[in-house]
Design a protein around this ligand. Structure first.
Ligand SMILES: Nc1ncnc2c1ncn2[C@@H]1O[C@H](COP(=O)(O)OP(=O)(O)OP(=O)(O)O)[C@@H](O)[C@H]1O
Length: 305
């Protein structure tokens, strides 16, 4: 399955908050939907879920118009939507019935997911008597109980301790391996890096970056080197790069006591190495810069982006 969003626009009270959002995602992969607070992620997800319509644009699946009600979708919304005063089993079975599961199927799936998420003991308890993390796991059980083909997870790790995060990590990996189409929205970049083959970064309602994460990292790290020397501190090395080597170095910054330089177009790393040696630099580290997703995110959606 390939799900495609094409030019989604959305306004609230005449204020346009999505300006033409497009992306695509296929089964067996996870898409990281990223952006700062208010960038438009939830609005995009709500359009996908048919909570409301886009003013313009379309969503297709395998080239045909996508209608959320025709698919089994597991959606873990940011605002968790269960009933605090109701028993865990009662509400999960009720919601499963609404989604078309037979009584037996719902019971079996309830047991399966409560066990998998280590919350069997809370089956008969009222939701609001559970800890925050365990309530979160009940939400996850509810999301996955209908054996969805499309899984949309909005900050699924919030409130989970490291052991429970590990359990959820394994669950998400399994969903991806089992060919589910996974949309993962999170501010926790380490998880996005672990799961998502591709990403979309929204900024003020526009897509500012999208594509395969590997390729994006390669492109972003292009012409950038990490350098440190034994005979010069990072600050001194940066000054050297910015002054004496400015015909090779476009810009530089210090990170973790190392200097990251961006070379001018056409300057090769060998040229840079030679220049450093010509300046009697005692090279400790000289390597191609591999940006983290956080670096990329800040560059694309930070205050100076
Ligand atoms: N029902 C609504 N009525 C008016 N404005 C809305 C409504 N829903 C969202 N918005 C506005 O749309 C913009 C995008 O909001 P959205 O919730 O999609 O952001 P987000 O990327 O999910 O943010 P966060 O990371 O904080 O959850 C914001 O400016 C928000 O105030």
């Amino acid at each position: 399955m390939i799900l495609e969003a094409n030019g989604l626009k959305k306004s609230f009270d005449g204020n346009e908050v999505l300006h033409g959002v497009s992306f695509s995602i296929s089964s067996g992969k996870a898409l990281g939907l990223l952006g700062r607070n208010g960038a438009g992620k939830t609005t995009t997800i709500r359009i996908l879920m048919d909570v409301f319509k886009a003013n313009e644009g379309s969503i297709t699946i395998d080239g045909k118009p996508f209608k959320a009600s025709d698919y089994k979708i597991g959606y873990l919304p940011e605002e968790r939507g269960l009933y605090p005063k109701k028993r865990v089993d009662e509400q999960l079975l009720y919601l499963a019935a609404l989604r078309g599961l037979s009584k037996n199927e719902a019971k079996a799936n309830l047991k399966k997911w409560l066990k998998r998420l280590n919350i069997e003991e809370y089956e008969k308890r009222k939701l609001d008597t559970l800890s925050k993390g365990n309530q979160q796991k009940v939400q996850l059980a509810q999301t996955l109980m209908c054996d969805p083909d499309i899984v949309i997870l909005d900050e699924p790790f919030s409130g989970l301790d490291p052991v429970n995060s590990q359990v959820l990590k394994e669950v998400v990996m399994e969903l991806i391996q089992n060919g589910k189409l996974v949309i993962f929205s999170s501010h926790q970049m380490n998880y996005v890096e672990e799961f998502c083959e591709s990403i979309v970064i929204l900024h003020h309602g526009d897509v500012v970056l999208s594509g395969e994460l590997k390729q994006i990292k390669k492109e972003f790290g292009k012409n950038r080197l990490v350098i440190s020397t034994l005979n010069q501190k990072a600050e001194e090395l940066k000054v050297l790069c910015d002054t004496n080597l400015s015909n090779a170095v476009k810009c530089s910054e210090i990170k973790n006591d190392e200097v990251i330089v961006e070379l001018h177009e056409g300057v090769h790393k060998q040229d840079m190495l030679r220049m450093l040696l010509d300046h009697d630099m005692d090279i400790e580290k000289f390597m191609i810069y591999e940006p983290s997703l956080t670096d990329i995110f800040v560059a694309k959606a930070g205050d100076e982006a």
